[in-house]
Design a protein around this ligand. Sequence first.
Ligand code: FES
Length: 162
Amino acid sequence: MRLWREEFSIETADERYVTRRQFGRFLVLTSLGMFVGNLWILARSLFRRSAAPTRRLIGIARDLPPGTARVFQYPGSEDPCLLFHTAEGRFVAYTQKCTHLSCAVFPSHDGRSLECPCHDGLFSMEDGRVLQGPPPRPLPRILLERRGDEIWAVGTDPETAA
Ligand code: FES
């Protein structure tokens, strides 16, 4: 037998053998990692909810004739939303992420609804409620405030917030 084999006493057949203690340690460390990850997600979502709603200028009314829409980001820079000027002269805004699987929604040709092209979801332009398809919840509505010609986003409707 070679000299190094004598000094290095682990047999090749035993290298793949995992003891109960090693396996238990692996399970405990993996569970601990998942627990810490979940705590971090929970803390982040609580912090987001408790933060005061942001106010942001999102459009100028005269630049948006009836029947047109504008995309803006609210409340964060990675939260796309849609501001729409209805044929009746009202301004409405919703998050642009479908409540089914987060595809982007778009105003329909007649401007009376918001369509999701992924699975034919349809939302009411009036209040964001689901009219058709698989979306489980209404579209979260962005609260608006008018200051002269300026349109401001001032929060998310808590009744429709995810
Ligand atoms: S992602 Fe919108 S209907 Fe499925």
